[in-house]
Design a protein around this ligand. Structure first.
Ligand code: PLP
Length: 367
């Protein structure tokens, strides 16, 4: 009853569209008419300029990025940006607001304390299951920026709204939900995303920054993380991760061919509903601790065998899934259980296969 081919539900690095991998394979040794690989090509060449510019333009088109924003391709991953954000922005007032709704925003807040004063907007918790009402948030009047993580990859908590910061620049980590839904970029000061979940291989980070926020970097900001330098030099200040930017550009084209961000959103709603429906109709055999309105469409964490999970059942669930070719379903080591990541490249059919397995496992293992 189940598909026998492999399905990758990994949280990142994650599944890429098969068509993109095939294109990469076809062009690996001879890119276009160059007779060399993109990997071997000068980042100062006209061919690479085309790759760089078209990837930028694709982001602009897909997200309707307004003209007063720069699009950068940096290195250092999401974690690099945890430092880059305060290094570029915090000097304005020396302080920033952090909305911590999961382990990734917690890490970002901790990193920022190296560079300035961090105000925690929400009461401290390590039980990340919801997002408190905005009216209860403790925003400070003198923050240089307000930071949040749009989708918490480990805890499966996704913002269903854009925070209102009353004019203070808003910074969002969209590493795990970028290009999975339309976003009004004009509401943000900075958006960043490590590529390795929704848009490409690990090693390149997409940054979208509003121009009026440039020119404020701390003198100690490393050049490679300096938004102003990178914007001025079109992400070509030093050698960029050329091959990764090329692959990311192919993913952008694939998204365009598949209905753009609206198309991705439609599929994301459909795919995540399939799994949440199986969970909610399992009489707590499957259990997702996150409150419904903050359910992530990208990462669905759940326990097997009741709200606290049952170790033996979870092991059996994972090995059964593995035997059927469903890979990387293990929850993050900090929370345990299962996590199904349903990024753009995961198909509806892939998710139906997982849902069928979950239903079957439930029928054969319920009390
Ligand atoms: N932010 C989010 C939401 C993530 O899921 C991750 C995960 O890997 C990171 C940041 C850290 O990114 P990196 O591993 O590229 O440093």
């Amino acid at each position: 009853a189940f598909s026998t081919s492999v399905i990758n539900f990994g949280a990142g690095p994650a599944k890429l569209p098969e068509e993109v991998l095939q294109e990469v394979q076809r062009e690996l040794i001879h890119y276009g008419t160059t007779n060399i690989s993109v990997m071997e090509m000068s980042h100062r060449s006209a061919d690479y300029a085309f790759i760089n510019d078209s990837a930028q333009q694709a982001v602009r088109d897909l997200l309707n990025v307004p003209d007063n924003y720069k699009i950068l391709f940096l290195q250092g991953g999401g974690t690099g940006l945890f430092a880059a954000v305060p290094l570029n922005l915090i000097s304005e007032t020396g302080c920033a607001d952090y909305v911590v709704t999961g382990s990734w925003s917690a890490k970002a807040a901790k990193e920022a304390t190296k560079y300035g004063k961090v105000n925690m907007v929400l009461p401290k918790t390590d039980n990340y299951v919801d997002i408190p009402e905005q009216s209860t948030w403790n925003l400070s009047p003198n923050a240089s920026y307000v930071y949040y993580c749009a989708n918490e990859t480990v805890h499966g908590v996704e913002f269903p709204f854009i925070p209102d910061t009353r004019g203070i620049p808003l910074v969002a980590d969209m590493s795990s939900n970028i290009l999975s839904r339309p976003v009004d970029v004009s509401k943000f000061g900075v958006i960043f995303a490590g590529a390795q979940k929704n848009i490409g291989p690990a090693g390149v980070t997409l940054v979208i920054v509003r121009e009026d926020l440039l020119g404020k970097a701390a003198v100690t900001c490393p050049t490679v993380l300096d938004f102003t330098v990178m914007a001025k030099d079109n992400s070509l200040h030093n050698t960029p991760p050329t091959f990764l930017i090329y692959v990311m550009g192919l993913v952008f084209k694939w998204i365009k061919r598949n209905g753009g961000v609206e198309g991705m959103q439609k599929k994301a709603i459909q795919k995540s509903s399939i799994i949440y429906d199986v969970i909610s109709s399992s009489n707590n055999f499957y259990y997702c601790p996150v409150k419904n309105s903050f359910h992530s469409r990208m990462n669905v964490p759940f326990r097997v065998g009741g709200p606290n999970g049952n170790d033996d059942l979870e092991k059996e669930f994972l090995s059964g899934a593995q035997k059927l070719g469903m890979l990387q379903l293990k929850g993050h080591r900090s929370v345990g259980g299962i996590r199904a990541s349903l990024y753009n490249a995961v198909t509806v059919h892939n998710v139906e296969t997982l849902a069928a397995y979950m239903k079957d496992f439930y029928q054969t293992h319920k009390e």
